[in-house]
Design a protein around this ligand. Structure first.
Ligand code: HEC
Length: 423
């Protein structure tokens, strides 16, 4: 089993080296799109750091190596992180390298598992801080929808209930992960699981599941990430944990960072994450998210997706607050609306005159203004007075119309005698 893993690692090293040379050789004037994304590099480093946190307990105990192959793997992983992070093209490459070297040293000195986990977690934290915001899933599929997807695609190896005991499992080396292993799950982030599902794991039987949609892959990551835990009570998310935090950090790390929250409630949230996805999203945030996604698709030359997203930015976002914004500032509403129309047109074809960037920036400002206006929820006294007056007048007018109608009917039907009752 371990030979296999080491081989996988060596290939990963080779990939890493090729990967790092690439930007150097392409940097001058080459096609930007082909340069491997810096984010991919950072995600890989984060994944390696996480594996150290997960597997170290099998390598060292009480300062002694208990499994030499596992220990070699730790040594090589940390070496890989050191060499990659010193080359990573980030502003913080230096502090990253310092942390990486400290972790390498600690592994070399066979420090305790808690210390190693803490170091790998904080290294991961630094890496995550360097990444731009992930595009997070807006919704995940409910358990009853995702379970069959898991059973069909994953059950043959991981077992239908995720215990690593599928029909193919006995032949596989390394064996498929047992998702009900709590010790492991406590050290695994949803992001790490998502990346494994999306990219597969080199030199193991774990394939990449690119054919599944992004939503299905996130849903699966949450699904397998929750199998080791039990939802103790209906989870109200009054824990104030954001989606981003639950995705980025493993439960142990999250508990360490937020001492006011018990590990048990974090476990409960991992078992039942749907509460995180119920919070109604702010339409203006949706508008901006979709516009950004449209811009990204446009950059890739995928104009039909881009224009679909730009339309959705309007329909699922801005349109929902149009009326309330109108009440505050009609001109602003009109400017945003016309910018969004221009964006819909621009994203649906090549950007020959390079207008898209500027228009996006301008729209961002307008949306910020709208946000500010709408969040000034406390109405001034003047506004309240005017509003009351308008209501009074409108109700008065309605009453007047009713009386006029009644009077007309009585007069036309020759029942003038009944008019006194109307009065
Ligand atoms: C052909 C067998 C096979 C299939 C099918 C398969 N896996 Fe895996 N998977 C593996 C193996 C083997 C590993 C362990 C690799 C290792 O130890 O590095 C693994 C590892 C993983 C991991 C990493 C777990 C961790 O804690 O590091 C995740 C997540 C995962 N699989 C999810 C899935 C999901 C979700 C599906 C279905 C969509 C799936 N797998 C289908 C064989 C498979």
């Amino acid at each position: 089993m371990f030979d296999c893993r080491l081989q996988r690692l060596k290939r990963a090293t080779l990939h890493a080296i090729i990967f790092l040379m690439l930007p150097l050789s392409l940097s001058a004037g080459a096609n930007e799109a082909e340069i491997p994304d810096n984010v991919t590099q950072l995600r890989q480093l984060a994944q390696l750091a996480e594996y150290i946190g997960v597997d170290y307990a099998e390598a060292v105990k009480n300062g002694q190596v208990i499994n030499d192959n596992e220990f070699q793997e730790m040594v090589e992983f940390s070496q890989l992180i050191v060499s990659k992070s010193s080359l990573a093209a980030t502003a913080d490459a230096e502090s990253l390298a310092v942390q990486a070297k400290a972790l390498q040293r600690a592994i070399h000195d066979k420090k305790g598992v808690d210390e190693i986990r803490q170091m790998s977690a904080s290294l991961r934290g630094t890496l995550l801080g360097l990444m731009p915001h992930l595009s997070l899933p807006e919704r995940i599929l409910p358990q009853e929808k995702i379970r069959p997807v898991f059973e069909t695609n994953c059950g043959s190896c991981h077992g239908v209930s995720g215990q690593g005991d599928g029909v193919l499992a006995a032949q596989l080396d390394p064996a498929p992960t047992d998702f009900t292993n709590k010790e492991r799950a406590l050290n695994r982030s949803i992001l790490g699981l998502y990346d494994a599902i999306t990219n597969g794991i080199d030199d193991t039987a774990m394939p990449a599941f690119q054919q599944l949609t992004e939503q299905e892959r996130w849903s699966l990551a949450f699904y397998v990430g929750g199998l080791a835990f039990q939802s103790s009570e209906p989870t109200h998310n009054d824990l104030n944990i954001t989606k981003q935090q639950l995705i980025n950090y493993n439960p142990l790390q999250l508990a360490a960072e937020r001492p006011e929250i018990t590990l048990q409630s974090i476990e409960s949230l991992r078992a039942n994450p749907s509460t995180l996805f119920k919070a109604p999203q702010d339409p203006l945030a949706i508008t901006w998210d979709r516009l950004q996604a449209a811009q990204k698709a446009h950059q890739k030359g995928d104009f039909s997706t881009a224009s679909e997203l730009a339309v959705s930015a309007y329909l699922d976002g801005f349109e929902l607050i149009e009326n309330s914004l109108d009440a505050h500032d009609k001109t602003l509403r009109q400017s945003i609306e016309s910018n969004m129309m221009a964006l819909r047109q621009l994203t649906s074809r090549p950007d020959v005159n390079g207008e898209l960037g500027a228009l996006m920036a301008e729209t961002r400002h307008l949306l910020d203004d709208a946000q500010r206006l709408l969040s000034e929820s406390t109405l001034s006294e003047g506004t309240l007075f005017t509003a009351s007056l308008v209501i009074l007048l409108r109700e008065g007018l309605e009453a007047l119309l009713v009386i006029i109608a009644l009077t007309t009917v009585l007069i036309r039907t020759g029942r003038r005698d009944a008019l006194k009752y109307v009065h």
